[in-house]
Design a protein around this ligand. Structure first.
Ligand SMILES: [Zn+2]
Length: 187
């Protein structure tokens, strides 16, 4: 074996070992660096949190963290903070949820599933009200409205929204408000 080939093998070996260690010890690393959620490595969830309105982001994090701590469930945010343009495009093409209903386009709602410690999804759209109840009890503490209680639209237990800050204004009115430099409405 020539020297160059040997070097390449050593580098490849190091990368594989490094990546494996990172995966194996991700929980410990996350704890050490004080990341707020175990789900930090669920890139989708982390990205989704950043898409939430600044007034809602920490409320959402604290809620999800408490669910993790008390129930041992890891959140997987499946949808959050669609931008105004995305929401408008959805509405025009007739796909997705109409802007007038959903608070997601202004970053005040998200859809979430939960996995247990074995990585098995335990709370999903098809799960019963009873199964969701422990999470919903925690959501109440954070003034979150739950889609499982919606009466004007279909049962949507994965949906949580923070209508507390909108003070009776309709989503359609909120969409017209001024926006900050990051595109979030000023509320
Ligand atoms: Zn939703």
């Amino acid at each position: 074996m020539n020297e160059k080939r040997q070097q390449i093998l050593i580098i490849a070996g190091s990368i594989i070992t490094g990546a494996s260690l990172l995966i194996l010890f991700r929980k410990q690393i996350a704890t050490f660096l004080n990341f707020p959620l175990k789900a930090y490595f669920e890139a989708k969830t982390e990205e989704a949190l950043l898409e939430l309105h600044p007034k809602f982001r920490n409320v959402a994090k604290r809620f999800l963290k408490e669910v993790e701590d008390k129930l041992g469930y890891t959140p997987i945010i499946t949808d959050a903070g669609r931008t105004y343009n995305e929401a408008q495009a959805n509405q025009q093409s007739g796909t997705g949820v109409a802007m007038s209903y959903h608070l997601a386009p202004i970053g005040l709602a998200f859809d979430v599933n939960f996995k247990n410690e074995q990585g098995i999804p335990v709370l999903v759209k098809a799960s019963s009200k009873t199964a969701w109840q422990p999470v919903v009890d925690i959501a109440k503490k954070y003034n979150l409205e739950w889609g499982g209680n919606f009466t004007n639209v279909a049962y949507d237990p994965v949906h949580f929204q923070y209508s507390y800050v909108v003070q009776g204004r309709k989503p359609s009115e909120l969409l017209k408000l001024d926006r900050d430099s990051n595109g979030f409405i000023k509320i």
